[in-house]
Design a protein around this ligand. Structure first.
Ligand SMILES: Nc1nc2c(c(=O)[nH]1)N=C([C@H](O)[C@@H](O)CO)CN2
Length: 118
């Protein structure tokens, strides 16, 4: 299976359990891996035969800016749903990282994998 990826995709969203976290958006880093059904675009050179990662990034950025969640699990699940349901990916892995939010921890977050690898 071919996999499109975005690394260190930075967005801003309100996320967290605590009052101090919910006052303003905080930066989140996302690594997104998007499985493709086939490799047609590699032969056709046509964007209509694949998933446009620019459109995926735009959609996720807009979604995150318009929502607020308590848990990284919930944001990750929604992102996986968007990639699979709106862009038709058979498989997705979302790695979501909060930065310097806990003393002594550089990054923390979640890795969510949904769907099947072909
Ligand atoms: N499993 C989780 N545990 C925690 C989360 C989370 O999203 N999922 N979030 C927090 C706080 O918001 C944290 O980011 C700040 O200390 C704590 N535990």
């Amino acid at each position: 299976m071919d996999i499109l990826f975005l690394r260190d995709f930075r967005l801003e969203t309100i996320i967290g359990l605590y009052e101090w976290e919910r006052k303003a958006p905080q930066p989140i880093l996302i690594d997104l891996e998007i499985g493709l059904y086939d490799h047609k675009a590699g032969h056709s050179d046509d964007i209509r035969d694949t998933i446009d990662y620019g459109k995926v990034a735009e959609r996720i950025r807009a979604f995150a800016a318009s929502q607020s969640f308590h848990l990284v699990e919930t944001l990750g699940e929604h992102i996986a749903d968007i990639v699979r349901n709106e862009f038709g990916a058979p498989w997705v892995r979302v790695t979501l990282r909060k930065l310097a939010i806990m003393r002594g921890v550089k990054e923390l977050g979640i890795i969510i994998e949904r769907g099947s690898r072909l």
